[in-house]
Ligand binder design. Structure first.
Ligand code: MLC
Length: 393
């Protein structure tokens, strides 16, 4: 069925509101190696610090926000010594941090949505930074004043696709009942995996140079919208592909010393070699693939910015014109890679640029693709249609 035909159907879910939030503590990327090596008391290791400086310079990141501060790390020596168990301490810290951060983003989304928080029927909370039940979602629901009869779903440890993985779940819930209004919230506090540099694990230097904290929230609903509701993006179809044999490329694991996150140096090349086929499989049945309707450049893109080199790989593999990934590069620059929360920041930035008319041609693209990679290697894709860009004008 073509994308248009799907869109014509009643009950198509749409993003109705978006909110984002970050912790106040902000570290400029060009000051980060000094900050990190001081905070982790690792000044004795100039070689690794020089490597981190090289990575930070090439990261495309200007600043990042963190819940953890120098004082907090100073009062938790177990976070720096991998020989000491630290998971409980990390989970206690994030148990306090995540609901507040998530609520800050969700309150903005609910305010934009325009209906009372008690009209939310479902909450999907997704994070890599927690592991308990009852989890941060329960406190988040209380902070927001959601109904106790509202349905909660928690997703844990989906890596950088933690946000994108929640969208198809919300879409299905919304399309199953046109009265459903699903609040999706993704929040991350990377103190869950923060640690001192380790010569034996140069990947840790990369992860510590890229990841940051943030929360994103969206309200999703289908069917007839209330007078105050304003659809932003219609969610046309979703697809997920797991690339065979790529399990070692990205993995996330909770252990005694917190969250371990490995990203292979091969990842940018792997993305370059495989992404177009995944996209063709995911969107070609809708008639949106390269070659149709002007190719990949005729779409707008909301790519999760896993790292500068990942975005470069998308551009190279798909032949994207410079500027097509401007929203993703902007979010990477201002906040770093906030794991699952990032994709919601990118959607917000795509929306902002479309409304401001400053996207270098993307305003004219009514169809778009949201995409993020997660451990697996899993490619999460969602075809979007910008509300108001066609017969709704
Ligand atoms: C880290 C970078 C900014 C570095 O930039 P460049 O590649 O241009 O620079 P470069 O080749 O000179 O590399 C700088 C130094 O970093 C090292 N280096 C690079 N990638 C590494 C990795 N994954 N593990 C360990 N070391 C690594 C290089 O060997 C080099 O060391 P030396 O200087 O000693 O020789 C970039 O490679 C990047 O953006 N990589 C992608 C990061 C990533 O995988 N993110 C995805 C997370 S998962 C995710 O978020 C999913 C998703 O994307 O959707």
């Amino acid at each position: 069925m073509s994308a248009e035909a799907i869109l014509e159907q009643n009950q198509r879910a749409a993003v109705l509101a978006i909110g984002t939030a970050n912790p106040a503590n902000c570290v400029l990327q060009d000051e980060f190696p000094d900050w990190y090596f001081r905070v982790t008391r690792s000044e004795h290791d100039p070689k690794l610090k020089a490597k981190m400086k090289r990575i930070c310079e090439k990261s495309g990141i200007r600043k990042r926000h963190f819940h953890h501060t120098e004082e907090m790390i100073g009062s938790h020596p177990e976070l720096l010594d991998r020989a000491l168990p630290s998971l409980s301490a990390r989970l206690r810290i994030t148990a306090d941090a995540l609901p507040e951060l998530a609520a800050a983003a969700a309150e903005k989304a609910i305010a934009e949505w325009g209906r009372p928080a008690t009209d939310i029927t479902h909450l999907i909370f997704s994070t890599n930074s927690s592991g308990g039940v009852p989890g941060p979602d329960v406190r988040l629901a209380a902070l927001l004043g959601l109904r106790p009869t509202m349905q909660r779903t928690a997703l844990y440890l989906h890596g950088c696709s933690a946000g994108a993985a929640a969208f198809p779940v919300a879409k299905d819930l919304a399309e199953n009942d046109d009265r459903a209004r699903v609040l999706v919230v993704c929040a991350e506090a990377i103190v869950i995996g923060f640690g001192a540099p380790d010569e034996a694990n140069p990947n840790g230097v990369v992860v510590n140079s890229l990841f940051g904290d943030g929360a994103g929230a969206v309200v999703i609903g289908a069917g007839p919208v209330a007078a105050v509701e304003r659809p932003i993006f219609h969610m046309v179809s979703s697809s997920q592909a797991t690339l065979p044999g790529t399990e070692p490329a990205v993995w996330v694991r909770l252990g005694e010393s917190g969250l371990g996150y490995i990203v292979s140096a091969e990842l940018p090349a792997l993305v370059r070699g495989s992404i177009e086929k995944c996209l063709v499989d995911g969107v070609a049945p809708l008639g949106l693939a390269a070659g149709a309707r002007g190719g990949w450049n005729s779409l707008f893109w909301a790519m999760h910015p896993g790292g500068r080199a990942i975005l470069d790989s998308y551009e190279a593999a798909l032949g994207l014109e410079p500027g097509k990934l401007a929203a993703s590069r902007h979010v990477l620059g201002e906040y770093g890679n906030m794991l699952g929360a990032t994709i919601i920041f990118v959607l917000d930035e795509v929306r902002r640029r479309r409304q401001g008319g400053d996207v270098g041609g993307d305003v004219d693209c009514e169809w778009g693709v949201m995409l993020a990679l997660g451990p697996g290697l899993t490619v999460e894709t969602m075809v979007l249609h910008a509300a108001g860009s066609r017969d709704e004008k």
